[in-house]
Write a protein that binds this ligand. Structure first.
Ligand code: A2H
Length: 255
């Protein structure tokens, strides 16, 4: 980090049912609305169990390519427009300001997950000056995602605070997608347990856990699901990313 731009894959998560707030979006009835989740691990999309937004975070809906609508932060929309992935360079057309809390509970459809829809849930450690402020959740391989999902599973008060219904959380279990020798097929879960990580706010331990799983997953991980089952992550990461981009399911984004 720090040297040169970071390239992310933006996973286009289609909103399946607009809520009251998004329903007032002009044109939304005819234009598909997508939450644009920034990831460094496109090969893990087979394991998505939910999407994350920061409840107090500032987001907005923008006019995207091909009559689509993109939900992300102002800052990332401006960057994306300079990367020629918006209708007008340097001038994103904002349709509506949104708070992260306006997005909670939306059902979205996302590429490669076995679930036909997953829900937007609160993640309190999202930084709005990084990526798009929307994050996809892969609790098998991302310690932050595992810890935050367990917070919601284990803490009914937390669900209540953000108006999260049980059925948006409890049916969605960790999906084994990558085998890492020595860590098994749910590496993030194992590392969180081994390190006794208590919550999404356990920042120091989570940083350590993330480091460990991230590197190992890339160098030694082998996919156990999908059409690339048996292949090494390092061999198919770019292939999977490019397939999603070609299919219109993802966009490249740098900052
Ligand atoms: B990753 P880096 Cl399976 N705030 O995607 C906090 N976290 C954010 C974010 C934001 N604004 N934007 C993106 N992220 C997360 C998948 C994944 C990720 C896996 C394993 C590790 C991992 C599923 N979540 O990241 O600071 C996103 O989570 C470990 C580094 O730019 C994104 O990739 O290095 C990653 O952090 C980007 O973090």
């Amino acid at each position: 980090e720090g040297v040169g731009p970071q390239e992310y894959t933006l996973i286009k998560m289609r909103v399946l049912e607009l809520n009251r707030k998004l329903g007032a979006l002009q044109g939304a009835v005819h234009c598909p609305v997508f939450l644009m989740a920034a990831t460094l691990r496109p090969e893990t999309m087979y394991g998505q169990t939910n999407c994350w937004a920061l409840p107090d975070g500032d987001y907005a809906a923008f006019r995207g390519l091909n009559g689509e609508i993109y939900v992300m932060t102002d800052r990332s929309a401006l960057n994306l427009s300079y990367q020629d992935r918006m209708p007008e360079t340097g001038k994103p057309e904002k349709l509506m300001d949104l708070k992260g809390s306006d997005l909670l509970g939306l059902p979205v459809q996302s590429p490669r997950t076995p679930h036909n829809h997953i829900y937007v849930l609160p993640l309190l450690t999202i930084l709005t000056n990084k990526g798009t402020g929307i994050v996809t959740s892969v609790p098998s391989d991302a310690p932050d995602d595992y810890a935050a999902l367990m917070d919601l599973v284990n803490k009914p008060k937390l669900r209540e605070k953000y108006g999260i219904l049980d059925e948006w959380v409890l049916p969605y279990k960790v999906i084994p997608i990558i085998d890492i020798p020595g860590f098994g097929t749910a590496a993030a879960e194992k590392v969180c347990m081994d390190m006794k990580i208590q919550s999404q706010n356990d920042a120091k331990k989570l940083a350590e856990a993330k480091q460990m799983v991230y590197l190992k997953g890339f160098t030694d991980g082998v996919l156990v699901v999908g059409e690339y089952a048996g292949k090494k992550v390092s061999e198919v990461k770019a292939v999977i990313k490019n397939e999603m981009i070609s299919a219109g399911e993802a966009l490249l984004y740098s900052e």
